[in-house]
Design a protein around this ligand. Sequence first.
Ligand code: MTE
Length: 735
Amino acid sequence: MSDENRSVKISSEQQGADISYPVIKKDHYEKMKGEAEYIRDVPFEGLYESAFVRTTIPHGRIRKINLPDLPEGYHSIGGEDVPFNRCHSVGDEQPVFTDGEVRFIGEAILMIAGPEKKICEELCSRTEVEYDELPAVLELKDATESYQDYHYDKGDPDKAFREAHEVYSETFETGYQEQAYIEPQGVVSVYDREKDLLQIFGSMQCPYYVHGALKIAFERDDSQVRVVQTVTGGAFGGKEDYPSLVSCRAAAAALKTGHPVRISYGRREDMSVTTKRHPAILEYSAALDEQGLITGLRVRIRLDAGGYPGLSCVVLQRSVIAASNVYNVPNMDVSGSIMYTNTPSNGAFRGFGGPQSIFAVETLMNHLAARYGMTPLEYRRKHFFKEGDVTSTNGRVHQHVPIPEMLEKAEELIDYSRKYEEYGKPQTGRYRRGIGMSVFFHGCGFTGSGEAGVPIKDENGNITGYNGGSSLKLVKDNKDRVEILISNTDMGQGLKTTFSKIASKCLGIPYEDVTVKNPDTQRVPNSGPTVASRSIMITGKLVERAALKLKAQWIPGEHQEIEEKYIHPDFLIPWDNDTFQGDAYPAFSYGLNVAEVELDTLTGASRLIDAAGVFDVGHTIDRTIMLGQAEGGMLQAFGYGSMEKMESRNGRLMQNSFTDYMIPTSMDTVPFRIAFIDNPYSWGPFGAKGAGELTLDGGAAAYEAALEEAMGREMSAIPATPERVLKALDGGTEG
Ligand code: MTE
């Protein structure tokens, strides 16, 4: 028996058990044995390599490009080689190759492709570019021009502030965060002249995003473009829209040279020019009653979008909607802007705007609690929302909110309240301890009406599906094995495994008889992108429905196909994107993080000594996968809050390797105490809700709260680097 078959065999006892019962991941053996083929491993005949000439000033106009003589077999590719020189994201702002105006350091002006990478690089380094420089906006705090602004109100914020006993204001700042996927960006484009087919193979989250961008840039129709995802070594949002840009460049080169062309970023190149988490400035004002409870919030959020807006407006939507986190604030006035600066564009990163707002709200709660003589937990308990309450956007909290159970679990896991009291007593000596908690949510799936598309109705007027909404296919062969055809990608979060478990459970067939391959747009329908923690809840539900349908029609030994289309939940308050009113999400997942830290007051360095995470993701589809998501997300969050420092100086990102951009390693962590609260959601498969991003949303706030207790001082910015901590200890402003 091959390893692969042995690995996925589960006993009939396990087959009958709860779906959460862990199995070995579908891709476990190929990855553990090093056999998985990433794009750099895939052989292509006649493959050309490539390198880029990039902009070296933050703002200006290109006056002249002086190319060296190109040896035979080497080609330069630029904007003139792309029929519509724009890379489609939410809009079409960013050129595939910069043409005229330069908006940040590191934009691709042109590309040289040919047989040897080193020669391509050398030719690029000998290319000279002359510019006319223009004034540049280098810092978010100096930015005045926005790409997009949003605003919404809830209740009567003016009245709340007029009648407030006191108004408390604080400004929070959060920094960049780099996705730090193991595999940098990489794609290969192959143009099949005979079929006039433009193909991309590569590391990506969203094959249909790349497909759409290629169609627009190269003015082609659906059948003339093919996109295939290869094994993807992590993405975390960084491969949501960026692969579209590299794919358009590779495609232009493949069309021009007639050879397959590979773009394969090195780590420094990747970190210097790809999208990151948006730095943010969040101004909060709270209207308070006599007891210090919040009656209203005024919030202004500014995200640094960088040189082009890309996905930033969608990221901002999540930030502004999360402005009150899990708290019932009756009156709100929230606005947000994505600001233009002459720095590399920012984009999607696990959490998608949530971590910035959640850091701000959670820190605000701690600071208000201290002012009114309450513990952070006592103060929070007076504000938590519950089922039936009105959300920030006048939607409803439709399902049970298990925060009380989560708090109980956290006490059990890490003894939070006792330690909080203990560390709150005066501490002396060089090393001091603190413990911090954050409670948070993540709206599951796309924001607003993104998932719905246009309703399709039957003759009785019942909605049977949505045009433009996601779809998927199940194909059964005559050996009764089933393949799930979807466009969602496995990037480490385990979709091949979880989707197979859902189908096998519903069909009552062995897990090893279900397969999910890497998507190829010529084979799979568009089940939407792998973003917004939507795969399990949205596409997984389609798998469940399709599998139950197939089971009902099952004919042993025959080839059968089932297609299923998304149905929008019928209980939702319709979303209005102009006013930001209605249910922004069908459901929320909930998280609670506790960080316990030790601070060296001499150096300002801190380290984690214990941590706990309690999560409600509905019902877990695979306990081990979910544990991986929890541990990975929490560690990324603690890194975001404590050590992941990236700064741009004169428009250049100063940290572009893991020597100078520090992420937590196994030496910086401790075993996390993790628990899941079962709170099944009826519109998710087997009760599952979104899970992948939630785990990163709140850890930074918990870490900072722990540090504040250890220091006996307040902070309002992350990352809490030793420099910032020392400043705060000295009584200076740490910002
Ligand atoms: N986990 C791993 N191992 N690798 C990743 O790239 N991406 C995160 C998260 N967890 C990621 C990950 C992001 S950005 C998202 S949106 C969700 O997984 C997607 O999870 P889903 O496909 O289950 O919706």
